[in-house]
Design a protein around this ligand. Structure first.
Ligand code: GCW
Length: 726
């Protein structure tokens, strides 16, 4: 190193040292996720925990029990700062007894019958109690996987420095299917993935097992996720060939102890592509036989295979309509093949007809409601949270509650295709909470979306990036998804609080401000991207950055189709004078959305075309309200930056993660301004209304934004011209 370079190097180290202060925390790269087990910081709590837990008592060596025990030994080792011995029997005060009545005589003898009944097949009981006169904590369940979930829950209590005195918890998942859907391709790319390549190393499997697979399973189990779809819904039939199935089986073996079942996407034309048949017609007996045999072959190598996820007749995917059959014919074909082995078919309702519909958001309901009752019992219709496509805000999908005879699942996107991808901070729990609690009124008041579903799937946001999610902040969404899938009554604020404690620190100087950031973040994105019910205003293809002017190509994929901006006003009339999409909702949700007097203001332009100068219930004109929303979005991001920066003063977060988040927030602010300026200028070209004198002037004229071409990097479609702004 040249002397001058050395000086510069030392100097930069000095600056860093000064910036983060003398009490520098060890650098962390985010790999550990929320499963970090640092020494408990609060001295009183540490003493309490050390007294409460002095040995782990576990009787069984079954793989899932071993996983639970390993996690406890590792977790307690770090949190308590000492080794906790594993014993076969309670021999002292402070026994942590883990087991089921079937695998532990100690547990079988405890008076837990009622609690275990409530816990059900996957739940668990945590209880502080005396065993043979000794103080003990019990993690009990009916099945081994419940013990594992309970072990993670107990560790969570310690990680969040919660009291153990009087511990008495019974927890059971409210939904049966809690899945991550990977949009991973066999070539290692990930559709709408922003965190590196696919985790699945197909070329190296089945012989080489990346240790990451196990860490991935641990993370999922820690939040109760019990299934993963390994492959993209834009499916490749090759995954169903023998050569790939052995690889899938190897992954399933790693995941099995963690209670995770493996599912695959089934390409509808597989009988032709890999089976050599001339048709994939669901009513053809040869096709039916082919699928039956294929399913048997799968179960031979993966005895607990979960089933298929299918995207059919949508965005170019093959499906039963290619043979003039219905979605029910298609789903039932696979369901019949899977039924003998207990597998399920998750058939997606995200369909696109080849003709451009008058209102795309109506298509799924128009197509599927008439099929209610026509599906086999082991079919679930998988419905996106909203009727369009994972927008920053949509109303709930009208299919929820509209198919009373068909089990439904909800699909949400953890990967933030339309919310700033890996870069922008957008904590999604508030969005999911909003939809899960929305009242469909399908069976009278209180018919929330959560009550209409039997499962939930999240499109995964993980990849080979060291921190799994492209940013530590995105990990919060993986975590929150699992927590809400387990218990949709949890509040976003509570989920944020525990995630921050586990991921960063229990210090209130971190917990309070970062919770506030997380909780404000999604609304900020809505405000600067698509306020007041606007939707699908992103750049074409990449869906990154503003593109309210996008036109050409298939109409129902353009921005102007959705914004309907004209000289009169803005928004899509979905009332009886327009597409009448409101008819798909049950009363009184329908009339609530249909009336300008009752439609929630944050969905106004989703349902109504509103004049630029029209007064809203707030007393402001639409134009004034819009401007305020865009500005509020930018202001919130600025506030998030300041809030985050303040953590540096006392070096409350380790420098590596601190600086990475700081850099991303800087980009987010520049891009929030980009969104605001481009959108406001574009709307102004219709409204011809002025910006108030004190409004922050757009940095460039509209044409500059329209001509901006971001580099065609599908993985990181950031715009240097924007990100480079101060
Ligand atoms: O959100 C859109 C995405 C597509 C995706 C599709 C779907 C897998 O832009 O990339 O394809 O939805 O959900 O099928």
């Amino acid at each position: 190193m040249r002397p001058s370079a050395l000086v510069a190097f030392l100097f930069s180290g000095f600056v860093l040292f000064v910036a983060v202060g003398p009490r520098t925390l060890g650098a962390e790269d985010g790999y550990e996720l929320w499963l970090r087990y640092p020494l408990v910081g609060d001295a009183a709590r540490l003493a309490e925990y050390r007294e409460a837990i002095t040995q782990v008592v576990a009787a069984s060596d079954a793989p899932t029990m071993q996983a639970a025990r390993d996690e406890l030994v590792t977790g307690l080792g770090g949190l308590l700062g000492r080794d906790t011995p594993v014993a076969g029997a309670v021999s002292q005060d402070g026994a942590l007894v883990v087991g089921t009545p079937a695998n532990s005589r100690v547990v079988a003898a405890l008076p837990l019958a009622d609690a275990l009944r409530q816990a059900g097949p996957e739940g668990f009981v945590l209880r502080a109690m005396a065993i043979g006169g000794r103080r003990a904590i019990v993690v009990a369940a009916n099945r081994d996987v419940g013990v594992l979930y309970g072990a993670f829950d107990l560790l969570r209590l310690l990680q969040t420095e919660s009291p153990l005195a009087g511990l008495d918890v019974v927890s059971a998942p409210r939904l049966r299917l809690r899945l991550l859907d990977h949009w991973d391709n066999l070539d290692g790319t990930v559709e709408r993935g922003y965190a590196g390549a696919s985790l699945w190393e197909w070329a190296r499997l089945p012989d080489s097992i990346n240790p990451r697979y196990r860490d991935y399973a641990r993370a999922n189990a820690s939040v109760g996720i019990n299934g993963v779809v390994l492959t993209n819904v834009n499916a490749n039939a090759l995954i169903l060939t023998a050569a790939y199935l052995v690889k899938v089986a190897a992954l399933a073996r790693v995941f099995r102890p963690y209670g995770i079942k493996v599912y695959l996407t089934a390409r509808f034309s597989a009988p032709i592509e890999i089976g050599g048949l001339s048709t994939a017609d669901p009513l053809d007996s040869g096709v039916r036989g082919w699928w039956a045999a294929k399913v048997q072959e799968i179960y031979r190598v993966i005895p607990d295979f979960g089933g298929f996820l299918v995207k059919a007749n949508s965005e170019g995917q093959p499906g039963p309509q290619d043979y003039h059959r219905t979605h029910a014919d298609g789903a039932n074909l696979l369901a019949d093949a899977l039924a003998p082995r207990g597998g399920v078919v998750m058939w997606r309702a995200f369909v696109y007809s080849s003709d451009v519909p008058s209102d795309r958001v109506m298509q799924a309901s128009d197509e599927f409601v008439p099929l209610d009752g026509a599906f086999r019992r082991n079919v679930l219709i998988q419905v996106k949270n909203g009727p369009l496509d994972f927008q920053p805000r949509e109303p709930f999908h009208p299919l929820f509650g509209a198919m009373p005879r068909t089990p439904l699942m909800m699909e949400v996107q953890i990967t933030k295709e339309y919310l700033g991808q890996d870069t922008h901070l957008a904590f999604l729990a508030p969005m999911w909470e909003e939809v899960l609690r929305a009242d469909t009124y399908a069976r009278g008041p209180g018919s929330t979306v959560a009550k209409q579903i039997q499962g939930i799937a999240g499109v995964a946001n993980v990849g080979t990036d060291r921190d799994w999610c492209g940013s530590v902040m995105n990990q919060a969404n993986w975590y929150a998804f699992g927590r809400l899938a387990w218990d949709h009554t949890l509040l976003s604020a509570a989920i944020a609080d525990e995630w921050i404690r586990m991921t960063f620190s229990n210090d209130p100087r971190v917990v309070r401000p970062v919770t506030a950031m997380l909780l404000a973040s999604r609304e900020a994105v809505v405000n600067y991207m698509t306020p007041q019910g606007l939707a699908h205003q992103m750049a074409r293809g990449s869906h990154y950055g503003p593109g309210p002017w996008v036109t050409g190509g298939r109409a129902d994929q353009t921005s102007i189709y959705f914004n309907r901006a004209d000289s009169a006003g803005l928004g899509f009339d979905r009332t009886a004078t327009g597409s009448n999409a409101v008819r798909q909702y049950a009363l009184p949700a329908r009339s609530r959305f249909a009336s300008r007097d009752s439609v929630p203001e944050n969905l106004l332009l989703w349902f109504h075309h509103v004049g630029w100068r029209e007064r809203l219930r707030s007393g402001r004109t639409l134009w004034e309200a819009l401007l305020r929303h865009y500005q509020a979005g930018v202001d919130t991001v600025r506030w998030m930056r300041r809030t985050w920066d303040a953590l540096a003063i006392d070096a409350l977060v380790d420098p590596e993660r601190f600086h990475r988040v700081q850099a991303l927030l800087r980009i987010q602010e520049a891009e929030a301004r980009w969104w605001r300026d481009a959108s406001v200028l574009y709307w102004q070209s219709f409204s011809h209304l002025p910006l108030p004198p004190d409004y922050e002037a757009p940095a460039h004229p509209l044409d500059w934004y329209r001509q901006l071409h971001c580099p065609p990097d599908p993985r990181k479609p950031r715009c240097p011209a924007i990100a480079g702004a101060p």
